[in-house]
Each structure stands twice: as C-alpha cells, then as structure tokens.
Write a protein that binds this ligand. Structure first.
Ligand code: PRX
Length: 633
C-alpha cells in the first residue's frame, strides 16, 4: 500500500485507473479479515449505491488494536495532552488501549447496547472519547459523535434522526480557562429524546451534575462491574461503522453513513501515503474527534497503521498562543495536521510565541478543512516548517471518508494553495453547469468524482433518496462534491470553495438554511437570508440580512444580541452570524426566489457591480440594502 517515489505514484495511479478492483483488492489484503469478500466492488451511481468488499467479514478494532497488541504491545497508541499544561500528559500503549476499549465495550453490552444500535457520543477531547468510539466498533454498535460545541437542540435532532438508545458524555469539558458543562446540555437535549434509555457519564471536570435514577450511570462505576475480555463482533464489510452529521445546502444536517470495510481500507491507505508515516513518528492532528478529520486522522487512520496519535484537549491560545509549539517541542511531534484558520489566527500573534520552542522534530505539515491562502501557506512553511517540511494541503469531505486530493509528503512537488494531485484510486473530473466534462488543463469547473473509492458515503441515515439527490443527481453518473475547482497548466487541482449554499466558517461546515431557520425562530423576525463573506481569520464569516415585524431602529443592539443568543441555543455558538443587517425587504425574483448573488456581493463590499437586477420584483430593495450595508471601508 505504500508509495515512496513519484514514479511509484504515477505507476500506482495508472494501475488504479486501469484496474481499480485489482488495485484496491491488493491494498485490502494487507488487513486482517475473518472471511474473504465475495466481490471487490458493486456500484451504481445512478442509484447512489456503492458496496466495497461485500461478503467480507471483519472487525475494524481487530485491525486497529488486536493486531498491534500482537506486534507492538508496549508501543504508544495515544498520547493525551490535557488542557492545563501543568497537568501530566497520559500515554496509552496498544495493550492498555485494547484492554480499556474491551472493558468499556462490555459496559456498553451490560447497558443493553447491541450490534446495529446507534450510540450518541458527546464528549470533550479526552482519551475516553476515542475509547467510546472504538468500543462501539468492537461490538458492532454504530457511533454518532456530536461535536462538543453543538447545542442541546442540535444534539436532540441528531439523536432523534437515528434513534440512538444511549448517550455517552462527561460531566464537563475544559477549554482554555473555561469549564463547559456537558452533562447539563445532554440533560436539556434528552427532554425531547424518547429513544434514549441510558446515559453513561465520565467524571472529568468534577462539575456538579444531576444523575437521573434508572437512566444515568457513572463510567467509572460501570467499568468496575465488567471484565476486559470482549471478543470482537463479526461485521460485514458493508455494515455501518458510524454516522456523522454534516450540513448541506438545505434542511437539517444529514447523517453521513460510513461502513466497516471500505472506510478501514481508505482511512489507513490515505494516512500512510499522504503523511508518509514512518514507524516511531508522533502524529498530531489538532482537529476534534467530533469532525470527520478527527475520526479518520486521530482515531482510525493512525491506529490502523500502528502509529502514535497525539490527542489535545485544549485550544491553541491557552495558556498562550505558543501552545501548539510547546506541544510539538514537548512530545517531539513529527507530523502536524491543522486547519488554515488556526494558522491564520496564530500568525496574528507574530513570532514571539515561537521563541525558544524547538520545532526540529517536525517532518510533515498538513492543512485541512478550507482553502489555505498564500500568506498562511508561506508562514506555515517558513516559520513552522523552517522550509524543511513538505506541506500537504489535503482536500476531502465528511462524505469522502478520507483524503482524495493531496500531495504525498516529500513525493509530490507542492505549490502554495494547491491540493495538487488526486491520490491513486481517485478519479476527479471537472464539469460545467450542464454536466459536460471540461477537459484539458488551465480550466475550472465543478468538481466531481467519476469512480467510487472505498471511503465514499454509502447513504444518509434513514433517507437514501436524500443521498441520491444531494450527491448523485446533479450530474448523472458522477459524485458531485459541491466544490468549485481549478486545474492549472500542470494539471494541479486547487479547490476554490463551495458552489452551493454551504458555508465554511473556521473550517466548520454550516448550511445557510440552518442559520436562517434558527434566526427565524426568534420572536419578531419575519424572514432572513444568510450568506458568507471573506473573513481574514475564519476564512468565511456569516452575514445575515433580517426583516423584523416592527422597525428595530431603537433597539438594534438588543435585538441583534437576542438573535445571536437564539442561534447559539438552536445550533451552537459556531453558527452565530458575524454581522446582522436589518432590512425592509429581500431581493426576490417574481417567483419568490431570493437572489443570493446580490446579497453575497453586498456582503463582500462589492456594490458597484451587482449584475442584472431587472428580474427583481422590487429593484428598490437593493438600494435600501446597499445603503445600510455593514461593510468596512
Ligand atoms: O469546501 C471543501 C472544504 O471543506 C468541505 C468539506 O467539509 P467537511 O465535510 O466538514 O470536511 C472537512 C474536513 C475534511 C469541502 O467540500 N475543504 C476541505 N478541505 C479543503 C477544503 N477546501 C479547500 N482546500 C482543502 N484542503
């Protein structure tokens, strides 16, 4: 599975196009299967159906844990760095992690969890979060991790969508100098969740919590009741492994489903090749396990490779803006994988936080989640990598399970702001609005993929039609990513951002419709329209145009504050608009459609060229909006 030179890359790429099934079967054979697959691949993009290795039997934790316990029992699997730098870090060897996971898997069983049940996990970045994830996989339960920054309402929506029977949480979380109640938020969520029968609560911050008799149990007490002997459940390659909710351009977030076999192969293959992992490397991915990056490159990819994954509980600016560099220095990190937002925000602190920090252990730098601008790319390269570390700008999505377009560290020649070339096994194609392929180089279009890879989304939980219409209907026969893309003269790919109504705020994916629905819940709001605008640190900021029942003139600040509180409560603080402009009307066509193009331009401060407004029902609305625009000049 390992590619080591550019010639090998090209040979592997050609092989993967000529004989995709042979290519992936060879890679899949490197894993431990209980029974071989009956077929390598069955697919039909018209129906949004893909099956990899059907009939093959396995358990992903036998590959991520048992195999490593046999080969390297005392090798560190997870190093945990706490929020407070004065507290000790904790190391779990593969043997310890295996035992911990098996024991907790027995706790799940003794609390009634069975194969196929859905388990909601809402936890801080502590090792037990990884343990909970792996324990679900051990017994064939489907984990649905909800990012710790989401509100009670968002948790409830996700629990109800997939009818989870149990929630795993902790009393609280420590982030910077704040303590965040988690169990409290879960309690609020569960008022509206009839399917949840049990809640397992980890003691972490010792925040006071209410424990409901018959429903809530303590993690620690339960662990004492069980043994650490838990044989792994036999799973079909196509049995669901997890659900992860993500935002689309319409409606509520959808539950992206990944399955056991294909995801396993793809997470490990991409981890090894993109980062060029070497035994002994310490891999530090700064994402939260609540996002796909954490699933694939903190938990599954590294552990399937027998690597050491560093997990950090806190934030990059606590106790000061040098924290990442302290961690790199302290643990001698070799691979650092972070988001452009974090780089841009740390750049703002200048070079002082880097003083006295030894970053010489670094070998590979990664970027993920949003386009990386030139300035951030160069800063990362010069000040963190000291010009010696290849930067892998990795493009992928929750739906793709793992990285699709990226340099292979030290092998692919990099170019600032370019994700460069597809991994072997990945066949990108650019199409125009009508779905016609745009061939050649020096072109741009909508990015699609024309052949399945093992990590591709299988369905959206409970609503397969939604999966089909979202990803496979726009351009029949292709998987549509929702991203715009440029292919330059060298055939290098550069992702230019979403072409649909999905925002990317600090690398967090948020649907405009979701934010509008939350704003519209506020009393007195008649209607709203949300667009993104360029933001120096966050990449994109959220700009909301809001119509209220009465003229808000006198109480603008108060109403604004209340709207922010409403959005926080309905979705979570990450979805709070950066700017709210009160307007009398929205630019609508005669058929009632909001012309977002105009709103986007105004939010960007580009009011000189709004294009054709003659089809608007009331063109005067535009002048009104322009005159009140909240743009810095
Ligand atoms: O627009 C692309 C952007 O993030 C979207 C996927 O978001 P999510 O599912 O939350 O997954 C994020 C982590 C993989 C994509 O549709 N995106 C992700 N990586 C990049 C990127 N845009 C540009 N360059 C990237 N490297």
């Amino acid at each position: 599975m390992r590619i080591r030179t550019f010639d090998e890359y090209q040979a592997a790429y050609n092989h993967s196009v000529e004989d995709p099934e042979g290519f992936w079967a060879e890679i899949a054979q490197e894993f431990q299967w209980r029974k071989p697959w009956k077929k390598v691949l069955q697919w039909n993009f018209e129906k949004a159906e893909t099956k990899w290795f059907p009939g093959g039997k396995l358990n992903i934790t036998e590959n991520a844990l048992d195999r490593n316990v046999r080969e390297r029992p005392n090798y560190p699997a997870i190093i945990w760095e706490p929020n407070d730098p004065n507290e000790p870090s904790v190391t779990f060897t593969y043997k310890m992690l295996h035992e911990y996971v098996c024991r907790f898997a027995n706790v799940l069983k003794s609390n009634g969890v069975q194969k196929g049940d859905r388990v909601c996990i809402y936890m801080p970045m502590v090792p037990e979060l990884a343990v909970a994830v792996l324990a679900c996989a051990r017994i064939g339960a489907i984990h649905s991790v909800v990012f710790g920054g989401f509100s009670a309402q968002s948790i409830a929506d996700r629990i109800n969508d997939s009818a989870c029977s149990i929630v795993i949480t902790s009393d609280g979380a420590s982030r910077g100098n704040k303590q965040i109640p988690m169990k409290d938020t879960v309690d609020d969520a569960l008022i509206g969740c009839p399917t949840v029968k049990k809640v397992i609560v980890l003691t972490h911050t010792r925040t006071a919590v209410s424990m409901l008799k018959g429903r809530d149990v303590w993690w620690e007490a339960e662990m004492k009741q069980v043994t650490s002997d838990c044989p792994a459940e036999e799973m079909d390659a196509e049995d669901p492994l997890f659900i992860l909710y993500t935002s689309g351009s319409t409606g509520k977030p959808k539950g992206v489903v990944h399955t056991c076999g294909g995801y396993m192969v793809f997470a490990a293959y991409t981890f090894q090749n993109v980062f060029q992992y070497e035994p002994g490397d310490i891999h530090f991915c700064t994402a939260d396990i609540g996002w796909i990056t954490g699933h694939s490159y903190i938990v599954y990819g590294p552990l399937l490779t027998g690597a050491t994954s560093l997990m950090f509980e806190g934030v990059p600016t606590y106790p000061d803006a040098g924290r990442f560099w302290d961690i790199v220095d302290k643990h001698k990190v070799n691979i650092l994988y972070t988001a452009p937002t974090a780089i841009r925000s740390l750049m703002g602190f200048g070079l002082q936080p880097l003083e006295g920090k030894d970053l010489s252990s670094l070998r590979v730098l990664g970027s993920v989640g949003e386009p990386i601008n030139e300035e951030a790319w160069h800063w990362y390269n010069e000040h963190i990598g000291k010009g010696n570390c290849p930067i892998v700008d990795t493009w992928w999505q929750t739906e793709t399970g793992g990285i699709l377009i990226s340099p292979l560290a030290g092998i692919t020649k990099t170019k600032p702001t370019y994700a460069t070339l597809p991994l072997p096994g990945v066949q990108p194609i650019l199409v125009d609005e009508n779905g016609k392929e745009i061939e050649g180089n020096g072109v741009s279009g909508n990015l699609c993929i024309k052949f399945p890879w093992p990590g591709i989304i299988r369905t959206t939980w409970g609503d397969h039609e939604r999966c089909r219409t979202n990803y496979f209907a726009a351009y029949p026969g292709l998987y549509f990513t929702g991203d715009g893309c440029l292919r330059d003269e060298d055939g290098y790919y550069r992702i230019t951002g979403r072409v649909d109504d999905v925002l990317n705020v600090s690398g967090h994916r948020i649907g405009t419709a979701e934010v509008e629905n939350a704003i519209n819940m506020h009393t007195g709001v008649v209607e709203s329209a949300v667009v993104g605008y360029p933001h120096d640190i966050k990449g994109q900021g959220i700009y909301a145009y809001v119509i209220t029942e009465s003229d808000p003139d006198h109480e603008v600040d108060l109403i604004r504050r209340d709207i922010l509180a409403t959005v926080s409560r309905i979705i979570g603080p990450i979805a709070k608009p950066d700017k709210i402009q009160f307007v009398k009307g929205l630019p609508k066509t005669r058929s009632g459609k909001i012309m977002r193009r105009i709103l986007r331009k105004i939010a960007e401060g580009d009011v000189s060229n709004l294009g054709d407004t003659s089809t608007l029902l009331d063109p005067s609305v535009v002048d009104d909006i322009k005159s009140g625009a909240l743009v810095e000049v």
